[in-house]
Design a protein around this ligand. Structure first.
Ligand SMILES: NC(=O)c1ccc[n+]([C@@H]2O[C@H](COP(=O)([O-])OP(=O)(O)OC[C@H]3O[C@@H](n4cnc5c(N)ncnc54)[C@H](O)[C@@H]3O)[C@@H](O)[C@H]2O)c1
Length: 277
């Protein structure tokens, strides 16, 4: 797909991967609606890009709220006309705590942003792209955590949310077969972003901002030392849209762990309890 002159919306665009995607799309000539829950940060980020003659627009959005997505879409269409590309990218972390100890509010937070954010995006951005008939593309941000649960990280709720992102993307690809709308599922390994501090952007209706000094420090340290520059992830996304790549891996991938999981599933399928489907 040719990106130049098209309109894109990117959620979670004030920081990290979302900012990297917004930057790369703007550099490829797209009009970019930069959407984020952090009002000041998204205005600043958009200002940074518009200063370089890019056609960008900031909008405050809370992806956990359907009406907020509807309002952001309306603003995008008012400003730039037809929407062609939607990147459902906003996400928050949840690691360092065993599932038996994760309180319901924290489950609701990770599901609200990482799963419902994508559901609202599918329900509203996809019809907006389909209605004009021109080419389009959806990018959902999952993770390598969507293919395996890594021992020792205690990130069951986060991983669950990324398996959901992967599954919704696969189902969406099936549903959009025969249309001119492509789907990619972005699967980054470690990227140097602010995700470790994600609970600080927790919306009030999901319990309000939270500081997790210890968990934040461990994850922040790992990403700062081993994480890829988010700008590279933006370039990966632009390439995935141009080449219609579905599984868009980027950065270090625990390929052996993923393969071992798949082998275990295949072995289980040889059980005498399994009948022809
Ligand atoms: N950093 C990594 O190593 C990594 C790896 C794999 C996947 N991911 C995924 O990449 C995506 C982006 O994360 P990041 O690493 O850039 O983190 P980040 O914290 O740097 O950026 C996330 C952005 O999402 C915004 N956001 C949070 N809640 C929101 C809400 N309710 N509505 C709208 N915006 C909201 C934040 O304000 C922030 O600007 C997430 O889905 C994350 O799970 C990150």
């Amino acid at each position: 797909m040719d990106i130049s002159g098209k309109t894109a919306i990117v959620t979670g665009a004030a920081s990290g991967i979302g900012l990297g995607i917004a930057t790369a799309l703007a550099e490829a000539g797209a009009n970019v609606v930069m959407a984020d829950i952090q009002k000041d940060a998204i205005e600043q980020a958009a200002h940074g890009l518009s200063g370089t003659n890019k056609r960008v627009m900031p909008v405050r959005v809370d992806v956990t709220q359907e009406q907020s997505i509807i309002d952001a879409l309306a603003e995008a269409e008012r400003n730039f006309g037809k929407l062609h590309i939607a990147c459902n990218n906003a996400g928050v972390p949840m690691h360092g705590t065993k599932m038996v100890d994760v309180p319901p509010g924290d489950w609701a937070f990770v599901m609200g942003v990482n799963i419902w954010g994508i559901i609202h995006g599918i329900r509203h951005f996809v019809p907006a792209i389909l209605k004009h008939g021109e080419e389009g593309h959806i990018v959902n941000t999952a993770s390598v955590a969507g293919f395996q649960n890594r021992r020792g990280t205690n990130q069951g709720p986060y991983s669950m949310s990324k398996y959901a992102a992967l599954s919704m993307s696969e189902a969406l690809e099936h549903e959009l077969e025969g249309t001119n709308i492509g789907v990619s599922v972005l699967c980054p390994g470690p990227i140097a972003t602010n995700i470790a501090r994600g609970a600080r952007n927790r919306p009030d209706h999901l319990g309000g901002p939270q500081v997790r000094e210890n968990d934040e420090a461990v994850l922040a340290e790992r990403l700062a030392t081993s994480g890829l520059d988010p700008k590279k992830v933006g370039e990966r996304v632009v390439d995935a849209i141009r080449t219609k790549t579905f599984y868009a891996f980027v950065s270090a991938v625990p390929a052996d762990v993923i393969r071992a999981r798949h082998r275990r599933i295949e072995e289980a399928l040889t059980s005498p309890w399994v009948t022809h489907y």
